[in-house]
Design a protein around this ligand. Structure first.
Ligand SMILES: C[S@@+](CC[C@H](N)C(=O)[O-])C[C@H]1O[C@@H](n2cnc3c(N)ncnc32)[C@H](O)[C@@H]1O
Length: 254
């Protein structure tokens, strides 16, 4: 029997989902906010409720009905790598939400590709930058879920090792600025997301560190990531409201 897939609402509900609430607050404060790209869609809960006029989404396994898409939306049923490979160089987005495969190398490639297609004063939001437990940061989602079940501590949360990409960009990409929402929009201390923008536009294309530098981060151990005070400092963590206000103030200029 084939699974019945959900159909997206034709009109976004600005307070529809927690992740879209944060994205919509950011979009509201941007000078230009019409072109939105989401990497990793799942069932489309966020994509459905984002208020940008033009919404593009990418996922190799799309979990909703694509026959009836909301106006202005376009879906690419492929991996983020193949999407970016075929995207014309001049195609840019005001806002890019990265929520695809939660593994270090992939997250880093997604960040680099997103930067190459980010409009001036654009914003990138990266999901799942901070694991909530040792079990949520396994590189394999299947193993993470299995371990959670075996240990009787099942939450289904999987953050993978995106935090390693964060450590890399923090240390090697100084022309980027960022701040992190440490809570979800309802105020719970879970689901950290980092807002990233280009601080020094002239250096947008500069990526320090070759293969060896990157490879080392594959073995970087998360000794600090369960220490709330340390992570708050490292991730430039703030409450949802302050992080949104600060990133808008700094990225949009006067
Ligand atoms: C956490 S879900 C996305 C949730 C969605 N952004 C939301 O807010 O509701 C992660 C999605 O990433 C997709 N994914 C996995 N590997 C990917 C890849 N290489 N490129 C793009 N998407 C990928 C999965 O199929 C899955 O649907």
């Amino acid at each position: 029997m084939t699974k019945k897939l959900p159909t997206l609402s034709p009109v976004p509900n600005p307070s529809g989902g927690l992740r879209s609430q944060r994205i919509n607050s950011l979009l509201d404060g941007m000078r230009s906010s019409s072109r939105y790209l989401e990497i990793g869609l799942n069932t489309g809960i966020t994509f459905e409720n984002v208020t940008a006029k033009r919404r593009w989404g990418v996922d190799p396994v799309v979990g909703f009905n694509q026959d009836k898409l909301p106006p202005g939306s376009r879906i690419f049923e492929q991996t983020s790598d193949s999407f970016f490979l075929s995207l014309p160089a001049g195609e840019t987005f005001d806002f890019i939400y990265l929520d695809g495969l939660h593994q270090f190398e992939q997250a880093l490639r997604d960040i680099e590709n997103a930067l190459a297609h980010l409009a001036p004063r654009g914003l990138i939001l990266i999901d799942d930058v901070l694991p909530t437990s040792l079990l949520s940061c396994f590189r394999s989602q299947r193993m993470s879920n299995l371990a959670q079940k075996l240990l009787g501590d099942y939450s289904g949360r999987w953050h993978g090792d995106v935090y390693r990409a964060f450590a890399y960009l923090r240390n090697h990409l100084p022309h980027l600025a960022f701040t992190t929402c440490m809570e979800d929009p309802s105020g719970r201390p879970i689901h950290a997301q980092t807002i990233l923008w280009v601080d020094v536009p002239d250096k947008t294309g500069v990526f320090a560190g070759g293969w060896w530098t990157r490879s080392r981060y594959r073995f970087f151990l998360p000794w600090f990531i369960f220490n709330r005070n340390k992570t708050k400092d490292m991730y430039r963590g703030m409450t949802d409201h302050s992080a949104i206000a600060q990133s808008l103030l700094k990225s949009q200029g006067s």
